[in-house]
Design a protein around this ligand. Structure first.
Ligand code: ZN
Length: 109
């Protein structure tokens, strides 16, 4: 059984793990990009939490140490920016990785 590219239906060689050698279609999303998406979602959740109000999230209910809870509440905008920034960074790394794989395929290595 041969795998086919979902984009151009070309038969995929066994070593074509990341990109289709015919059209450059991304066959797999690198794990680092998925982690990046996770952090972006975390950022979205943090924004929602911020709208609700960091004080109403139950951070100070005792589930996590009070000092950390206070720190999170005090630095909530920073937390949001951090989650978004980190997520974007990871997705950028993933995109660079796919691009490098694509270049490798294009170079015939
Ligand atoms: Zn293709």
């Amino acid at each position: 059984m041969t795998d086919r590219c979902p984009e151009c239906a070309a038969e995929l060689p066994k070593d074509a793990t990341w990109v289709c050698p015919t059209c450059g279609y991304t066959l797999h999303t690198p794990a680092v990009s998925k982690v990046g998406i996770f952090f972006m979602l975390l950022g979205v959740a943090a924004v929602l939490g911020y709208v609700v109000g960091p004080d109403n999230l139950g951070l100070t209910s005792g589930a996590i140490p009070t000092q950390i809870a206070d720190f999170m509440v005090a630095n909530f905008p920073l937390l949001i920016i951090g989650a978004f920034g980190f997520g974007m960074f990871l997705m950028f790394v993933g995109a660079l990785f796919v691009r490098s794989q694509r270049n490798k395929v294009a170079a015939g290595v």
